[in-house]
Design a protein around this ligand. Structure first.
Ligand code: GUN
Length: 287
């Protein structure tokens, strides 16, 4: 039996349609939602991601500010830019594209963003709220994955879910979001022994390794009718791949996401949604 494709492009469009409506409403109240991005250095993949984010903002009527900083910018220089954006009342959301060049500190950088403009949900404040089940701004990829489950009415309560990722951007926020839905969640990572065994017992696998030379999720590793969400995206022999071969995995899974066209578009759509949330938050506190 072949499973059902979870089509990120279609689901992302439903989110964008809702965001467009919310943006239009905010504009009638005199609020012009605006996202500021900060891109440091010349990482080609990061530049493409940021370009896509700007294009998506334009599609739904969100304004953008584009800060491109030289690779050599100091931590102090970057902090100053973030401080300026925090103080700028016309900016509602701030996104510093990751990864940063080696000499810059990710924690110092993301922590400096005002929590009400933190559209990545990466500040200690917002990450803490998520752990306390009080989140307002949640990391975009995890909330995009949750939106996919929602769209297909996939029940999470009581399910055994294996995450293969423990990052602040993906694995940790997903852990809290899934726990909140009463799933049993196991987080696997590079030091986990017998990852296959965990995968074989999972109803749902969410994988985000992103290096096919180190890890591939094969059909033999999943149980019949499992659900597979492939968050990874990496370049492999001239094309983009995830952690598994979609065409093979969908032969055994009940649902699976392709790469590209799966989780990727959801990340962008949820960024737009967070920007609208941030614009509303700003209004509530009079900024
Ligand atoms: N790099 C890859 N994904 C993301 C993301 O969701 N946010 C930021 N800021 N950087 C990223």
């Amino acid at each position: 039996m072949t499973g059902i494709k979870i089509d990120g492009k279609i689901i992302a469009q439903t989110v964008k349609d809702r965001v467009k409506k919310a943006t239009d409403e905010l504009k009638t109240e005199g609020i012009n939602p605006c996202l500021a991005t900060v891109l440091i250095g010349s990482n080609a993949a990061s530049a493409t991601y940021v370009k896509n984010k700007h294009k998506a903002c334009e599609e739904v009527g969100i304004l953008t500010k584009d800060h491109k900083l030289d690779e050599s910018v100091t931590q102090q220089g970057l902090n100053n830019i973030i401080d300026e954006l925090n103080a700028d009342v016309s900016v509602h959301g701030i996104l510093v594209q990751l990864p940063l060049p080696k000499h810059l500190n990710e924690f110092i950088t993301t922590s400096r963003i005002s929590p009400i403009k933190d559209v990545d949900g990466l500040t200690p404040h917002n990450a803490g709220l998520l752990a306390m089940r009080k989140a307002v701004l949640v990391a975009c990829t995890p909330s995009g994955v949750m939106e996919m489950f929602d769209y297909h009415n996939i029940e999470l309560e009581g399910k055994n879910i294996v995450l293969i990722n423990r990052s602040n951007l993906v694995g940790k926020p997903l852990y809290h979001l899934l726990l909140e839905k009463n799933a049993t969640v196991i987080t696997c990572h590079s030091k986990t022994k017998n990852i296959e065994q965990f995968c074989q017992s999972a109803d749902i696998i969410i994988t985000a390794v992103g290096d096919r030379t180190k890890f591939t999720l094969t059909p033999e590793m999943i149980k019949e009718e499992a659900i597979v969400i492939d968050v990874a995206i990496s370049r492999f022999v001239e094309h983009l791949v995830g952690d598994c071969d979609y065409e093979k995995i969908i032969e055994k899974a009940s649902f699976a996401t392709p790469v590209p066209g799966g989780v990727g578009p959801m990340t962008v759509a949820m960024l737009l949604k967070n920007t609208i949330t941030a614009a509303s938050l700003g209004t509530q506190i009079g900024r």
